[in-house]
Design a protein around this ligand. Structure first.
Ligand SMILES: [Cu+2]
Length: 353
């Protein structure tokens, strides 16, 4: 975070695309992937490919793996990994981050639509997982990686994993240097294919409507966030881990906490997490537009290292946009008057009684 502050000071404000993600007055509407037309799907994927090729704004360093605008975002996520997960601002940070990605696709790559979301409840139970339209080789993001034998004695093996190698089909198959960064926090150039390691079992267990309802039923933001994020172990997962490990398993990039966004499906998964948060907010909107809590520091739920975040807590996404506060992103349809964001969802989840 601090490194970007000094870079911004060095380069002046010209590298910033603007303080707010969208300047339009009417919210753009995010829709579910499978409801997009064929043309909308291909123009989204085309814009993703454009961002993957656009030169990075992050100043180059020795052996840099930060080559593209797409990498700019991965880099800032790597830098902040331990300060934006298992904290009170986890959802707010990722909400802002996603809006910046959406803006990059629109303003830098000519994409006309809104960021699509992936309602994974539609692809459960486990038996439906691999045939999700999101994984379609022609109208989606391609499917699983080829099967790689794992290590059954490794406690970090994701239960039910079925792949682990390079993706075999779809728009990102066969690209030897699709991913430049990682594994984990490595930022030196390391060309890799995109890997996936589906766990239909994991997805079925943590991404169904039962888990979504359990999440929506949380009485306050603090408990809501903890149900979404779950605990650090596989058994304690929530919706967040369900998507990461259901697609990424042990060996796929999206299962790697640092470089998870190297898989473009990350953005559809997180859009749906954001939609779950917005659905929860809408159950009692007036109160929940300002309901924020949870620790400033990683897993510091008892506040032994610091306090809880508040609405004026700053969020930084590095070179791609100016800092905002949590308060700026509480309303997704603020449109400049009530915050930094200006989008809506075509549908939200409701709490089933
Ligand atoms: Cu993250």
């Amino acid at each position: 975070m601090h490194i970007f502050k000094s870079i911004t000071a060095l380069l002046g404000t010209s590298v910033l695309v603007g303080a707010l993600p969208q300047k339009q007055q009417t919210p753009i509407v995010r829709k579910e992937w499978r409801t997009l037309s064929k043309h909308e799907k291909s123009s989204y994927i085309c814009a993703v490919k454009c961002i993957l090729r656009k030169p990075a704004l992050t100043p180059a360093f020795d052996n840099t793996g930060v080559l593209s605008r797409y990498d700019d975002l991965i880099y800032t996520h790597i830098q902040q990994t331990f300060s934006i997960h298992y904290t009170g601002h986890f959802l707010a940070w990722h909400r802002y981050y996603l809006a910046i990605y959406e803006r990059m696709l629109r303003e830098e790559c000519g994409y006309k639509g809104a960021q699509p979301y992936w309602d994974w409840t539609l692809d459960t139970p486990a038996g439906n997982w691999a045939s999700s339209p999101v994984f379609d080789p022609v109208t989606g993001f391609g499917g699983n990686g080829e099967f790689i034998q794992g290590d059954p004695n490794n406690p970090f093996e994701v239960p039910g994993r079925t792949g682990g190698g390079c993706v075999q089909d779809g728009p990102f198959a066969g690209i030897q240097d699709m991913v430049h960064l990682g594994p984990a926090d490595s930022v030196t150039y390391n060309p890799q294919c995109l890997k996936r390691d589906f766990s239909p079992y994991f997805a079925g267990r943590y991404l169904g409507m039962n888990q979504t309802q359990l999440t929506l039923a949380a009485p306050d933001f603090g408990s809501f966030d903890r149900v979404v994020e779950g605990g650090p172990s596989f058994e304690a997962s929530g919706l967040h881990g369900g998507g990461h490990y259901g697609v990424g398993g042990t060996y796929g990039q999206i299962g790697d906490l640092y470089v998870s966004l190297a898989d473009p499906i990350f953005y559809l998964h997180h859009a749906n997490l954001d939609r779950v948060w917005w659905s929860w907010q809408k159950l009692n909107l007036t109160a929940r537009l300002t309901d924020i809590s949870g620790p400033i520091f990683l897993m510091d739920y008892d506040n032994l290292q610091g306090g809880n975040v508040t609405l004026d807590f700053p969020l930084s996404v590095g070179v791609s946009a100016a800092d905002v506060t949590i308060g700026d992103v509480m309303n997704i349809a603020g449109c400049g008057t009530n915050g930094a964001l200006c989008y809506e969802y075509d549908q939200v989840y409701t709490l089933q009684g």
